[in-house]
Design a binder for this molecule. Structure first.
Ligand code: HEM
Length: 514
C-alpha cells in the first residue's frame, strides 16, 4: 500500500517537473499558459474526451483574452474574447489549409504528389469551384432535385409502412441520419452513388466512429478492423470514378477536372470525393436531427410552423381519386421565416464546433499577442453563440423567433450585432461552401416531417428528454449517444399524393451567416 502511494507521488512529481521544464521554454511575450489539472497530460485527456470542444470547457470562468495550453512542447492558443476574432480572420499568416492536408494525410494516406498540392494554389481552386457548384442556380438545382426526390421517396415509404401497421417505431437519430445521408449522397454522386450499397454504408460506419483515433495517431494495431472498413469504403469510390457516373453533381466534375489537370492518381481522387460523406454525417445529420427534435418537442412551435408552412408553401388540389399536396421549394427556402429561424436557433444553441488555424510564422495578433510559429489557434464558437453582449441576457435559451425581425421576416447577416455573431457555417474565409445545398435539404426534410407525421417519444418514459451526447465526435453539433425510439404516425387530414414544385430557382435560403 505504502509503495503504491510512493509510486503515485513519484509519477506525479516527475510529471510536474517535466511540465515545469516544458513551460519554461516559452517566451514571456506569449499569452499566459494555463496548467492542466493533471500535470503534463491533463489537457491531452481533455482533448481525447471532448476533441476541440475542450477549448470551450477550459475557457469557462477565465478572464484572459487569449491563453495558451501545451502538450509537451506543442502550443495551442485559445481565443477567449470575441474582439480578437476579426484579427484572427484577417491575419493571412494564420491558416486553415495545413489542417486540411493533415486531415487528408491521416485519413486516406494519399501519395506525396497529392499531399504536396495542398501547399499550392490547387487547394484554393478547389474551394472556388466547390462554391460555384453549390451556389443557387442550375447546377445546385440539379443536385437538390435528387435530394428532394430521395426525401419524398423515403417519406412515402415510411407513410406506407405506417398505413399498413398503424404506426412505426424507429430510432429517431438513426432514421434521420440514414435518410439524410442517402438523400445528400444521391444528390452529390448521382445514380451510381456507392452509399446506396448497404455494405458500403456498413463499412463507413465501421470506420467513422474511429476517425478521431486515426487522426490522433492511435496505435495502428488497435485500428486494424477500422482500417479494413475504411479501405472498403474508399475502394468503392475508386470503382465509382472508373465507371459511369455521368449524372453526378457538378461539384464532382468540377473537382475531377482540377484533379485530372494536376495529375492526381485515381485512388487519391476517389478518397477526396468520398470524404464529402464525413462532412455529411458529422455536420448535416446532427444539425437536421436537432432541428426536428427542437420543433417536435415544443407542441406550440410545431403548431405554428405547420400553420406557416400550410399558409405559405403548400397548395391542395383534388382529383377524382385523391387529394394532392404540392410543396413549393422556392417558398420553403425564402418565405417561411419561422421554420428557418427555429433551425438557426438550433444551430446557435447546440453548436460545439471550434475553428482551428495554424500560425505559419511568428505572428503578433491585434498588435498585442505574440504567437509562436507552428502553434495552433482555436476559436471556441460556443463562447460567441452564448455571449450575452451579442445575443442578450437570454443567450442560453432556445428562442425560435430569435432570427426573425419585428415584422416576422428572416434577419440577415447585416441585422446581427457583429459580423461574427453566428458561426454555424464557419468563419470567413472558410465558410462552408455547401451551406445553400445543406440548408435547403434541412428545411425540406424538416417541412416534410412536420407536415406529414406525428412523432411521439417512446424512449425517456414517453417524454422528450434530452439524451446523453456523444462528446469528442468529429461533428459541429454533438449527436445523441443513446437509442431514442419514437413512434411515428401519419398526420390526419394530409393523406394523399405529396409532390414537390421545384422549378429552376436562383432563390437563396437567407441564412444569417450570409
Ligand atoms: C448542416 C450542415 C453543415 C454544417 C453546419 C457545416 C459547417 C461547416 C463549417 C463550420 C465549416 C468551416 C470549418 C472551419 O472553418 O473550421 C465547413 C467547411 C466545409 N464544409 Fe460544411 N457544413 C455542413 C454540411 C456540409 C456538407 C453536406 C458538405 C459537403 C457535401 C460540406 C462541405 C464542406 C467543405 C468542403 C468545407 C471546407 C471549406 C474550405 O475548404 O474552404 N459541408 N462546413
Amino acid at each position: 500500500m505504502i509503495t503504491t502511494i510512493y509510486s503515485i507521488f513519484g509519477v506525479l512529481g516527475f510529471l510536474l517537473v517535466l511540465d515545469f521544464w516544458f513551460r519554461r521554454r516559452y517566451d514571456p511575450k506569449e499569452p499566459p499558459t494555463i496548467a492542466p489539472s493533471i500535470p503534463l497530460i491533463g489537457h491531452l485527456i481533455g482533448f481525447a474526451k471532448y476533441a476541440t470542444g475542450y477549448a470551450a470547457i477550459i475557457s469557462v470562468g477565465r478572464t484572459e483574452e487569449i491563453f495558451a495550453i501545451n502538450f509537451f512542447s506543442f502550443r495551442i492558443y485559445i481565443i477567449n474574447s470575441r474582439h480578437l476574432i476579426p484579427a484572427v480572420q484577417k491575419n493571412k499568416s494564420l491558416s486553415f489549409a495545413p489542417f486540411q492536408k493533415q486531415f487528408a494525410d491521416a485519413l486516406t494516406r494519399p501519395s506525396k504528389h497529392t499531399l504536396d498540392l495542398f501547399d499550392t494554389d490547387h487547394i484554393h481552386e478547389i474551394t472556388r469551384v466547390q462554391l460555384a457548384a453549390w451556389t443557387p442556380g442550375k447546377d445546385l438545382d440539379h443536385q437538390n432535385v435528387r435530394v428532394a426526390d430521395t426525401l419524398m421517396l423515403e417519406m412515402e415509404k415510411l407513410s406506407e409502412q405506417i398505413s399498413m401497421q398503424g404506426s412505426a417505431v424507429a430510432d429517431f437519430f438513426e432514421w434521420t441520419r440514414y435518410t439524410n445521408m442517402i438523400a445528400a449522397t444521391n444528390g452529390i454522386y448521382g445514380s451510381a452513388n456507392p452509399m446506396r450499397d448497404p455494405e458500403i454504408w456498413g463499412a463507413f460506419l465501421g470506420w467513422y466512429p474511429n476517425i478521431m483515433r486515426h487522426l490522433s495517431g492511435y496505435p495502428n494495431f488497435l485500428l486494424k478492423e477500422s482500417a479494413k472498413a475504411r479501405d472498403k469504403f474508399l475502394n468503392s469510390f475508386s470503382q465509382y470514378l472508373q465507371s459511369d457516373h455521368s449524372d453526378a453533381g457538378e461539384v464532382i466534375f468540377a473537382r475531377e477536372r482540377l484533379y485530372t489537370r494536376d495529375q492526381v492518381p485515381v485512388k487519391d481522387m476517389a478518397s477526396s470525393q468520398a470524404l464529402f460523406t464525413v462532412g455529411l454525417i458529422g455536420n448535416l445529420s446532427p444539425t437536421v436531427f436537432w432541428t426536428v427534435w427542437d420543433i417536435f418537442s415544443r407542441p406550440q412551435l410545431l403548431a405554428d410552423i405547420r400553420e406557416e408552412l400550410e399558409r405559405v408553401a403548400v397548395t391542395r388540389h383534388n382529383n377524382e381519386k385523391e387529394q394532392i399536396f404540392e410543396l413549393d421549394l422556392a417558398a420553403l427556402k425564402s418565405r417561411c421565416p419561422l421554420l428557418l429561424s427555429a433551425h438557426e436557433e438550433t444551430q446557435r444553441t447546440r453548436f460545439r464546433h471550434a475553428n482551428v488555424r495554424k500560425a505559419m510564422e511568428d505572428t503578433v495578433l491585434d498588435g498585442r499577442h505574440w504567437l509562436k510559429k507552428g502553434s495552433m489557434i482555436i476559436i471556441p464558437n460556443k463562447m460567441i453563440h452564448n455571449h450575452p453582449e451579442i445575443w442578450g441576457a437570454n443567450a442560453k435559451e432556445y428562442n425560435p423567433r430569435r432570427f426573425t425581425s419585428e415584422k416576422g421576416l428572416p434577419i440577415g447577416r447585416s441585422a446581427l450585432s457583429t459580423s461574427y455573431a453566428f458561426l454555424a457555417w464557419g468563419t470567413a474565409p472558410t465558410l462552408c461552401p455547401a451551406r445553400q445545398f445543406a440548408a435547403t435539404q434541412i428545411l425540406l426534410f424538416t417541412a416534410l416531417m412536420v407536415l406529414r407525421f406525428e412523432v411521439d417519444p417512446v424512449y425517456g418514459e414517453g417524454q422528450w428528454k434530452e439524451p446523453k451526447l456523444l462528446t469528442g465526435a468529429l461533428a459541429v453539433i454533438e449527436p445523441p449517444n443513446e437509442k431514442m425510439d419514437v413512434r411515428i404516425r401519419n398526420r390526419r387530414g394530409v393523406e394523399g399524393l405529396w409532390r414537390l414544385k421545384m422549378g429552376e430557382s436562383k432563390t437563396r435560403v437567407p441564412i444569417a451567416s450570409g
